[in-house]
Write a protein that binds this ligand. Structure first.
Ligand SMILES: Cc1ncc(COP(=O)(O)O)c(C=O)c1O
Length: 369
């Protein structure tokens, strides 16, 4: 295996191994594997950290998105606006619930949803919009919230990649009706398996979300609504409780790595573009994604030969995926171009400066700089 990794979970674990091991052991000793104390503690700690009134933990981010849409009473035939360039989970749950995904293109600089042109996709069935804060940078929320208000749409923020990113001082997960995140191991706050959480500041929605995530149960064995079995394991919650204490530091490390990448790559203008930062938004760098207009795939294999991994998130926009072509035959020029240009470089909390320098030198040598 190459020494440089896209994500180094081992170093992160080893740094806090005694605390994590103890937390896991405590859960094993208690045998409260489901809905144990650590789950309640984590929900309350994360709510405080994110400055959100309610956090409902669930089994994974995909379930979280589904539960959010169920809590908002979205029903078959309703239409939900989504970016064409995102991870599949955002759209999958829309399709699974019998709703219709309505795709809009993204901004070439921020990679996030671009609402110009979205107006003409609104009709009486349009009920919600899902901004995905891609790669760790919050979407342009003022315009999005104004658009949602004008058309009476619910807003579900997908912050799976952007926990902690701020838009004009507000944390992701607090600006829509509901926010959803993922604790997939490689995420900025990741557990040791699958996990997710749903955020809301609305009392009534919080109750509904809680109920839907627990079999639609109002009290034990009484089911008021159709729900899911979607719980965060106590073991995962105990790990997340420990890691949450370090989340600010993890974000800081990612930002520092991004800054170093920026400095070393910025004079390659014309060959590649470093990630754009909006002045109103703080980026948490789930990914450090460059755009390479020409020879992206050749650069990727060149890096690979030198022991440097890189990833293409994502090689095909969702409306062009086989399973989703039935929803539209429209073209999404920016998403389609990005799919051919984006390249995510190694990014994690323990990326060392000499590795970033090596990665950037290798990129420069590819371009004969
Ligand atoms: C943007 C986005 N949405 C949703 C998800 C789904 O999260 P999970 O893998 O926990 O189901 C992910 C992560 O995988 C994601 O990146």
């Amino acid at each position: 295996m190459s020494r440089i990794q896209m994500v180094d979970l081992k170093s992160q674990y080893h740094e806090i191994k005694p605390e994590i091991d103890q937390a896991i052991q405590n859960v094993i000793d208690s045998t409260a594997f489901i809905n144990g104390q650590a789950v309640r503690e984590f929900a309350s700690n994360l709510a405080a950290w994110n400055k959100t009134k309610y956090v409902v933990p669930c089994a994974n981010g995909t379930d979280g998105l589904q539960i959010a849409m169920m809590a908002l009473n979205l029903s078959p035939g309703d239409e939900v606006i989504v970016p064409a360039f995102t991870y599949i989970a955002t759209v999958e749950v829309i399709a699974l619930l019998g709703l219709k995904p309505v795709f809009v293109d993204v901004d070439p600089r921020t990679f996030n949803i671009n609402l110009s042109g979205a107006e003409k996709k609104i009709n009486i069935k349009t009920k919600a919009i899902v901004p995905v804060h891609l790669y760790g940078q919050c979407a342009e929320m003022d315009a999005l919230l104004a658009f949602a208000k004008k058309h009476k749409l619910f807003v579900i923020e997908d912050l799976a990649q952007a926990i902690g990113s701020e838009y004009k001082g507000s944390r992701t997960g607090n600006m829509g009706d509901i926010g959803v995140t993922s604790f997939f191991p490689s995420k900025n706050l990741g557990c040791f398996g699958d996990g997710g959480a749903i955020f809301t500041n609305d009392d009534e929605l919080a109750g509904k979300i809680q109920m839907i995530a627990n079999h639609g149960q109002s009290k034990k064995y009484y089911h008021d609504t159709i729900g899911l079995n979607s719980r965060l394991d106590t073991l995962q919650a105990s790990i997340l409780n420990e890691k949450l204490k370090h989340l600010d530091g993890y974000i800081e490390n990612r930002r520092n790595a991004a800054k170093q990448y920026d400095e070393l790559l910025e004079n390659l203008t014309g060959k590649l573009e470093i990630p754009y930062r909006s002045a109103d938004i703080t980026h948490v760098f789930h990914q450090y994604t460059i755009k390479v207009a020409l020879e992206r795939d050749q650069l990727k294999s060149f890096l690979s030969k030198k022991g440097i991994p890189s990833m293409i998130y994502y090689p095909l926009p969702i409306p062009k995926q086989k399973a989703y072509q039935k929803y539209t035959s429209d073209s999404f020029p920016v998403s389609e171009q990005l799919a051919n240009q984006v390249l995510s470089l190694p990014m994690h909390t323990h990326l060392i400066s000499s590795d970033i320098a090596f990665i950037c030198d290798t990129i420069k040598s590819f371009f004969h700089e």
